[in-house]
Design a protein around this ligand. Sequence first.
Ligand code: ZN
Length: 398
Amino acid sequence: MADPMPIDRAAAERVLAEINATEVVEFLQALVRIPSVHPVGDTREAIEVCRAKLADAGFACRIEAHDEVKHNLIAEYGTTGRRVAFNAHVDVVPTGDEGNWTYPPFSATIADGRVYGRGAGDDKASVTAQVMAGVALARSGVALNGTLIVNEVADEEVSGDGVLHSLHVGMNPDVVIVGEQTLGMVAVGEKGAASSEITVFGRTAHGALPWEGANAIEGMARVIVALSDELGPKLQTRTHPYFKPSSLSVNLINGGVKSNVVPDRCTAYVDRRIIPGEDPAVVVAEMQEIASRAVAGMDGVTVEVRGADHIAPASMSDPASDLVRAMLGANAHLGLDTTLTGFSMATDGRFTARAGIPTIIYGPGDPRLAHVPNEWVGIDEVVSATKAYALAALALLS
Ligand SMILES: [Zn+2]
C-alpha cells in the first residue's frame, strides 16, 4: 500500500510562493498558439519557448533533434545525486474540421475558467505545468540533493522517437514523471496493447454464383461477432485494482474486389488493450483460436490473426516506491486526490518503463477531451499540477 511521502513545509512554502497563476496561464496560451501539429510535427518553435523560460531561471539547456524539425529539450537544474525527469510532448494531433470548434483551435481563448485550443490539454497543459514547476523550484533557491530534468519532446503522437532520442543521447533519468491527462490523479503505469490484424481468406467467384466461391467478408462478419460474444464478456472480468478492464475494439475493416465478385479477402484491425499480467503473444493466440473456430464451418474460408503495429505489455511502477509516494505526497500536501489509478492510453512512458526506469503518469486535464474539437483544460487544474510537480520534485530531491 502506498502512503504519501511527507513534504517539508518550509521548503514547500518557498517553492509554492514562486508559482504565479497568471504567468502559468500566459505560458500555456503562448504554447497553444504555436501550431505544432503532427504531421509534420515541427516542434522547433514550441521547444524554443520552453528552453527560453527554463534557461532564464537557471537551467542548463540543450536541444537534441532527431530530425531537422523535430526538436527535443533536455533542461537540467541541480547537482549530483538522483536524477528526476519530467517528460511531456509538444506535438499535437490535427484539428479536424475547424468548423466544429467554438473558438479557433490555435487562439488559446480563455472562457469559463478554461483555456481552449488544440493541445490545451494534450499535452501543452502538462508541458506548461512541468516547465513552470521547474522554474519555481529554481527561483526558490531551495537546495536540491540531485538534478531535476525537464524533457519536452517531439513525436509522441506518432512514434515516441522524441523520448527515445532523449534517452539515447544520455538524459539518464533515475525516475520519470510523464505528463498526460490523468485528471490530477497519480497513475502508477499504463495499459499495454496487443493490436492485431485479422485477415480472412476465401475464394473468388461470380457474384451470381456465390456457391462457387468462399466469401471472406461473411467469414469476417462471423469472426467479429465471435470476438464480441465470446471474448467481450471475458475481458470485462480481467480487472486490476488500478486499471480499467482489458478491452477490444474493431477499428478498421477493408475487403472486397468488385460489386459482382465474391470477395476472397477481408482484413480488420483490432485495437486490443491489455492490463498488467496479460501477455501480448498469448492475447493474440487467444484471438486466433476464437477466429478459427468462428469460420470452421465455412468451406474454403481461413483466418489469420497477427500482431500489428502496437504490441507492448502493460507497465507499472511499485505503488510503494519513492516515486509514487512523492507524487502522492504532493497531492496530499495540496489537498488533491490521493487515489492511485492506471492510465488507459499509451504514453511515452512505455519507452522509459521498458528501459527499466520507474515511470508514473500525472497531469492536468481529462483524457476524454484529447484529440477532439473544443479541447480545453481548466486553469485551476494546470496551476494545481504545476504545484504538484514542483512538490513531488522537491520531495524526491530533498
Ligand atoms: Zn498526449
